[in-house]
Design a protein. Sequence first.
Length: 299
Amino acid sequence: MPAGAWAVEELLGGVVAAISSLDSVNSLFERIPSVPQNKRHSNPPSHQPKTTKLKSDAPKDDPKPAAAQHVNRAEQTAVADAHSVDRRLWGMTKFEWIMAALTLIGLFVAIVSGRIYVEQLQETRIDQRPWITLMGNEAVFRNDGSGGATFVMPITIGNTGKTPARNLHSEIVVEKIYNGNGPKFIYENIPRVFDTTGIIGPNEHVSTEAQLLDPGPTPKRSVPRHLSPAEFQDLKDGGTYLAIYAYTTYDDVFGIHHWNQFCTVATRSQTGVDLTAKSCTDYNNFDTNWANGFLRFLR
């Protein structure tokens, strides 16, 4: 356990012990019976032997009227209440202020402990999550016998993380671009390759192919596109190039959703040609998701 988390737990334990002790003291004081006001200053009992008094026929003084006794008790109660109010600050006694302060300290310690827990959980999940990577291999131009060609690039999809990746789905597009422009990075209504894999374990990989396609009967049934002799020659001269980009989604063992973006280029030019492909390079990216819902909100 990190030193910070251990120190917070020790502090929290001390606060809890202090609050428990104050609760015990408060309970003890509550169990002590209160002494009536009129008995606190009474004279101590006499230890002299009792003597027998003879009845006398002399008239006794009249007792104090009941109304006067009632007024006296009301005055005593008012004085006691005034003293009680004087001992309070903003309506709370010193003990109540101490309890409120300890409660705030406990709340602060709980927030700090929760923050440390969330950060440790984030580090653990990022370290243990799967990391899906795509790598383009050598481009293959297949001559069709008429001066044109088809294009294929083998793609390797691998997991370099420590846990399996599930529900992996990739969509791969090959786009012919005039040199001077960048890829559009559009997937909808574009002929593309679909690749789906159930699970890829750590250090495992699967292979697929990126192809230059033409629309087919359905979006998932495209057909290979044949580059005309003029298009193929334009690739050789550096007037155009092919951008291969892909978007991959997958889930980890914690149920967190992840994604990966990939882009590379291919050209048939035999000489050095400057390509306007910076946007393709910048497209390569990945997510940093580690939690869903409330945990992600806390971070």
